[in-house]
Every structure is written in structure tokens, then in C-alpha cells.
Design a protein around this ligand. Structure first.
Ligand SMILES: *Cc1c(COP(=O)(O)O)cnc(C)c1O
Length: 379
């Protein structure tokens, strides 16, 4: 079955009790049992909920995986993966990943004795060099946030597999519409469903997808034991969002392409980060592992100052100044003071994330209107 069809039908069985075509929001905490220990597969809603079950099935199907698990946020999903580990275990991860992931690793899990090594994963051999007998997990993100660096997932899997190291990929920026890491050899895919999967900026949620049943059972055990589960209303919203992922992503990609090219030709813009440009260092890999290049773009101004960036950031009207991404509406963001403020400045600059960098989440409005908005703001 093709993806466009899967997105509509994944996890969507008519409700057994009424035939409702949309999965109902089972707003309940518990389930009445016929006799002690005799139930319909549902005992308590932290462990099982039918709305969540439908969404988890959809998660598996849209990533071409066997299993899906839903969490109360993207970072809760990441948190569950790290809880597979024990003190002393080592994780190799990307040096320019999502700021909240970095914060979770450095400020929470380091205290519990998990060791994180940050490397430039765009060159897979850097991962190879960092592996020790204690390495249990490689955590990558591609494209990265906000510099759009590309890591070759298949090349990393070739390193992790023979070493029995788990490979987890944060696939939030690409969405399952553009990239399917499980097919490229990843063991776990993570999504902030808050972004493209939900798609309407109205829900916080996270997802994990995997193929291995034992790994699924371990992660399910963590999900129910630690309890970071999403409520049924949130599951319903993401189920609904997924249905339009295909049409939305096509529009995000089309608008992204138009705006990236427009920015590149703008005299006031110094540099545009978008993996669809042939001179982008990750272009060849992006072309190989993604079906299109997405609607996330970052750029630097020729007048490379925080003041000039602030002027542009406060001058757009259609692009709203906000954190987050992947919704139908266009957003503009200043990583240094917003999404990546938790990364120390020195570290940030070292990783190429300048003070004046501006990130766009291009929405699905008309591209001409979006360009006019940016044109007025950049002036
Ligand atoms: C937003 C985001 C996260 C965290 O997800 P939440 O749903 O906000 O907890 C993780 N990774 C990436 C790439 C993100 O954009």
C-alpha cells in the first residue's frame, strides 16, 4: 500500500461498539472487569487505552515498522530510550541536535552516570572513532535543528549493527513522509509528534517506532512504569493530524523550495541552510535517504548582528515569532535566544550556530504571500 493511503487508514478501524469511523476519545482511567483478572485487554489507562492503541498502530504503519509507542511529549519519548541504559553506559550523539535533547542528556541523565559523547555525525567515521566497549546507543538527528546538517543513516547503521549498538534516529524534521530510518537500518525512530505528525500546533506528544519485539516490550515496560503517556484527546488529535500529513508535507516542501531559492538570491542574505541546495554538504545523502527536502530553512543575514536579526524577527506578519515547527502556519524563530538558549553560547558558536541565525518553519500558506512578508521584513 502506498503512503498516501496508509496515512488515511493507518490504525483506523471502525469502533467495534458503534461503528464510528473516527476512533472515539476513550476518556476513561479504568475498565470494568467481568471477574477478577477477566477483562477485555484493558485494565488501567496508564497501561492501555483504545485511542492510544489506534494511534500506536498508526505510528508503526506510517514508519513502515512493526510497533509504535506514544508518549506525553517528544522529550518523554527520548527519556524512555535513555532509560534502557544503566550507569556507566555510553551514548554517542550529534553535536548540534535539538536543544531540549541536549539539556535532557547533560542536565538529567549525566547525573545518573550515563556518559554522552558529542561528535559531528555528518561524518560517520567520527562515530566509529568514539565507540568503546561501553557504547550502547548512538543517537542521531537528521536533518539537524537548526543547521540542517545531514547524517547518512545507512552508513551509521553499518557501524552500529556489527557492534550490537542501538541506533536511534530523531526523525522529527523529516517526518515519515520524507524519510523512514527503520528501513535504513535504525533500531528506533523517535518523533516529536508535536510537530509535523500533529501538524496543527495544538498538541504536545512524542512517538517511538521499532521492529524488534523484545525492544518494544522493554520500551512498553518503561512507558507504563514511568507513566509519561499521552491523554486520549491528544491521541485523537495526532490520529487526525496524520490523515493529512501527505498533503501537508507536499505543500511544506513546495513552499520550502520556493522560499529557500528566494532567500539565496536575496542581496541581504549571507547564507541559507536547506538540504535541497546542490552545494549543501549533505545534499547527496539527503537526496539518497529523503524523498524531498522539507520546509525547514535557516539563514544568516549579511549584517551579522543580533540587532539586525531582532529587527527582521519582529517585522514579519504571516511568519509568527514562536518556538516549535511543523504546523500549517509559518513560524520564525531565533535559535540563539529561543529554542537553543539552553546551550551555552561558546558551545553554540563552536557548532556553527551564530547569534544572528534565523530559522523558518515554512507553513502551507501561499508561497507568494510568505515571500512578500519576508521581503518586507528583510527590507
Ligand atoms: C520539538 C522537538 C523535540 C522535543 O519534542 P517535544 O514534543 O517538544 O517534547 C525533539 N526533537 C526535535 C527535533 C524537535 O523539534
Amino acid at each position: 500500500m502506498k503512503l498516501a493511503t496508509k496515512l488515511i487508514h493507518a490504525g483506523a478501524e471502525p469502533d467495534p461498539s458503534t461503528g464510528a469511523i473516527m476512533t472515539p476519545i476513550y476518556q476513561t482511567s479504568t475498565y470494568v472487569q467481568e471477574a477478577p483478572g477477566k477483562n477485555k485487554g484493558y485494565e488501567y489507562a496508564r497501561s492501555q487505552n483504545p485511542t492510544r492503541a489506534a494511534l500506536e498502530e498508526a505510528y508503526a504503519i506510517i514508519e513502515n515498522g512493526k510497533f509504535g509507542l506514544a508518549f506525553s511529549s517528544g522529550v518523554a519519548a527520548t527519556d524512555a530510550v535513555i532509560k534502557l541504559l544503566a550507569p556507566g553506559d555510553e551514548v554517542i550523539c550529534a553535536n548540534d541536535m535539538y536543544g531540549g535533547t541536549y539539556r535532557l542528556f547533560t542536565k538529567v541523565f549525566e547525573r545518573f552516570g550515563i556518559v554522552f559523547k558529542y561528535v559531528d555525525t555528518t561524518n560517520a567515521s567520527n562515530i566509529d572513532d568514539a565507540i568503546t566497549t561501553k557504547t550502547k546507543l548512538v543517537w542521531i538527528e537528521t536533518p539537524t535543528n537548526p543547521l540542517m546538517n545531514i547524517t547518512d543513516i545507512a552508513a551509521v547503521a553499518e557501524i552500529t549493527k556489527p557492534n550490537n549498538i542501538l541506533l536511534a534516529v530523531d526523525n522529527t524534521f523529516a517526518s515519515p513522509f520524507l524519510q523512514n530510518p527503520l528501513e535504513l537500518g535504525a533500531d528506533i525512530v523517535m518523533h516529536s509528534a508535536t510537530k509535523y505528525l500533529g501538524g496543527h500546533s495544538d498538541v504536545i506528544q512524542g512517538a517511538l517506532m521499532m521492529n524488534d519485539a523484545e525492544l518494544r516490550d522493554k520500551l512498553y515496560f518503561i512507558q507504563k512504569s514511568c507513566g509519561a503517556v499521552p491523554g486520549p484527546m491528544d491521541c485523537f488529535l495526532v490520529l487526525r493530524g496524520i490523515k493529512t500529513l501527505g498533503v501537508r508535507m507536499k505543500a511544506h516542501c513546495e513552499n520550502g523550495k520556493a522560499i529557500a531559492h528566494w532567500l539565496k538570491n536575496n542581496a541581504k542574505v549571507a547564507k541559507v541552510y536547506w538540504p535541497g541546495f546542490e552545494d549543501h554538504p549533505g545534499y547527496a545523502v539527503a537526496k539518497k535517504q529523503m524523498s524531498d527536502f522539507g520546509g525547514m530553512i535557516s539563514f544568516e543575514l549579511k549584517n551579522d548582528s543580533v540587532e539586525e536579526a531582532n529587527r527582521v524577527l519582529s517585522s514579519t506578519h504571516l511568519f509568527s515569532l514562536a518556538e516549535s515547527l511543523g504546523g500549517v502556519e509559518s513560524l520564525i524563530n531565533h535559535p540563539a535566544s529561543m529554542t537553543h538558549a539552553s546551550i551555552p553560547r561558546e558551545e553554540r558558536i563552536k557548532n556553527g550556530l551564530s547569534d544572528s541565525l534565523i530559522r523558518l518553519s515554512v507553513g502551507i500558506e501561499d508561497a507568494d504571500d510568505l515571500i512578500e512578508d519576508l521581503n518586507k521584513a528583510i527590507g
